[in-house]
Design a protein around this ligand. Structure first.
Ligand SMILES: Cc1cc2nc3c(=O)[nH]c(=O)nc-3n(C[C@H](O)[C@H](O)[C@H](O)COP(=O)(O)OP(=O)(O)OC[C@H]3O[C@@H](n4cnc5c(N)ncnc54)[C@H](O)[C@@H]3O)c2cc1C
Length: 450
């Protein structure tokens, strides 16, 4: 079977559906393929947290009380030190949502814009009619092959990046596979609280040192206990047991567990190639501090829709050069901030629980909403060294992390305006990334002590 469309999208989830709707809204013919049946859409895990502001910001209908995807809203996130002290409040309205009905909402919104969705349709390989330019993809659908010709093909197939990883070397977008060392494994324990009247969470509490959190759930007697860990689920399990033994959590009984990986590595240097764009987890744009990906997927999708909407007018084929604005706009803004954080993290967290506690006490790295901008980082660090709150090693790690982080930030802020200057920029970026530490290596070292 042959089909032809303007925009072909692999993956009907957070990124794919949103990009699809934005392109259809501009009058393009959009076809979205997903290998799952429609009934499985968004069922990989249940509860998801998304900042309320993002719905209005990205022009999406916001779930509210009475909607099947809405659970509740909380207004505060509290960060605590490794010794469970010095709470740092961050105020923002966060929606607690159910992922499957949320994806239904997105799918309905995309259809309203004119998008066609095809489920039970698995990607097989990219299609190159006028090689080397990508011209669509081939799928397996109801036992037969479906060849789709498209001017733009978007990979929004999640962490597996089914299409990006099958693009030939040198096509303009890196085709790396996001393997176990490049993932952040998230394990969510849905628990029943022994004393809900006392312990039911009204906000999310996070222990950044252990990458663990306690969050509201969709019923009065429950909570979600989460951990994120680099390297493996095995490490996540061991790290969880160690955290649990500290006794910070309310008494509870585990009802069920969900676990899955999110990308934890730098994104490809370019998201676009001739006739191609990578979006969402396929583009590895999750927040390095939290593993959250939805608002950033929507941000990249909105930039991409504006750029492709413009360059594909009058039947034009979008080339790497004509769609370069996707790279420049994302990499210089959100991309630069996440690159800095990713570069800094392994150095910033490489300290003892007591040192982390000192950092909280003196608002080094972690600040309360009311303290923003009041602390001098350098003075805090030197004070730590003088009083013994921080070892020389921890200080060196922190300073090293801050140094490489700011260099990477500056480099991404000057992301090239056009592809001509890209090769030199990428070589320098490689040099900088080679100077950063690895969270997977830290996890391996920690595993040896367990
Ligand atoms: C346990 C866990 C909790 C999380 N919690 C949050 C949170 O609270 N807030 C937040 O913002 N983020 C959270 N994230 C991250 C967030 O889930 C992802 O960043 C987001 O789902 C990425 O969306 P996506 O559309 O890029 O990919 P996905 O949601 O992975 O969707 C990819 C789609 O592509 C389809 N597909 C895959 N391969 C093929 C193929 N070969 N052919 C056809 N179709 C294919 C899949 O069926 C799927 O529907 C969490 C992640 C995990 C693992």
């Amino acid at each position: 079977m042959e089909r032809e469309t303007d925009v072909l999208i692999l993956g009907a989830c957070t990124a794919g559906l949103y990009f699809a709707g934005l392109m259809a809204k501009q009058g393009y013919r959009v076809l979205v393929m997903d290998r799952s049946p429609e009934t499985d859409l968004g069922t990989r895990y249940d509860i998801i947290h998304i900042g309320k502001e993002h719905f209005a910001r990205f022009g999406l209908p916001e779930p509210g009380p009475g909607d099947p995807d809405y659970v509740e809203t909380f207004h505060r996130t509290v960060l605590r030190s490794a010794l469970n002290r010095w709470p740092k409040n961050q105020n923002a309205d966060i929606l607690v949502l159910r992922r499957a009905p949320l994806m239904k909402r997105l799918a309905a919104w995309a259809r309203e814009q004119g998008v066609e969705l095809l489920f039970d349709t698995e990607f097989i390989e990219p299609r190159f009619d006028d090689a080397p330019c990508l011209s669509g993809a081939i799928f397996r659908h109801k036992g037969g092959e479906l060849c789709v010709k498209a001017r733009l093909t978007a990979d929004a197939s999640g962490i597996g990046a089914a299409l990006r990883t099958k693009l030939p070397d040198g096509c303009g977008v890196e085709n790396f596979i996001t393997g176990p060392r490049d993932q952040f494994y998230v394990v969510l324990r849905y628990v029943k609280l022994a004393h809900p009247e006392r312990d039911k969470p009204t906000c999310t509490q996070t222990w950044a040192y252990y990458k663990t959190w306690l969050a509201p759930r969709m019923n009065d007697s429950g909570a979600i206990l989460g951990i994120g860990a680099n390297l493996s689920l095995d490490y996540a399990d061991k790290a969880w047991k160690r955290f649990e033994a500290l006794g910070y959590l309310p008494e509870h009984e585990v009802e069920y567990i969900e676990q899955s990986g999110t990308p934890y590595r730098r994104p490809p240097y370019s998201f676009v190639a001739d006739g191609f764009v990578a979006l969402g987890d396929a583009a590895c744009i999750t927040n390095p501090w939290s593993g959250e990906g939805v608002p950033y997927a929507w941000l990249l999708c909105s930039i991409a829709a504006e750029e492709f909407g413009r360059v594909m007018k009058d039947g034009a084929y979008p080339t790497r050069g004509s769609s370069w604005g996707v790279n420049t706009r994302y990499q210089r803004s959100q991309g630069a901030e996440f690159a800095q954080n990713l570069a800094m993290l392994s150095g910033a967290v490489d300290c003892t629980p007591e040192e982390n506690d000192y950092e909280f006490k003196h608002s080094i790295i972690f600040e309360d909403e009311s303290e923003k901008g009041q602390h001098n980082l350098l003075l805090g660090l030197l004070g730590g060294l003088v009083t013994g709150g921080l070892s020389f090693r921890a200080l060196r790690n922190l300073m090293g992390a801050a140094g490489i982080g700011s260099k990477i930030l500056k480099h991404y802020r000057s992301y090239p305006e056009n592809p001509v200057d890209f090769a030199g920029w990428a070589v320098q970026a490689e040099r900088l990334w080679a100077q950063t530490g690895s969270m997977a290596a830290l996890a391996e070292r920690d595993m040896e002590t367990m």
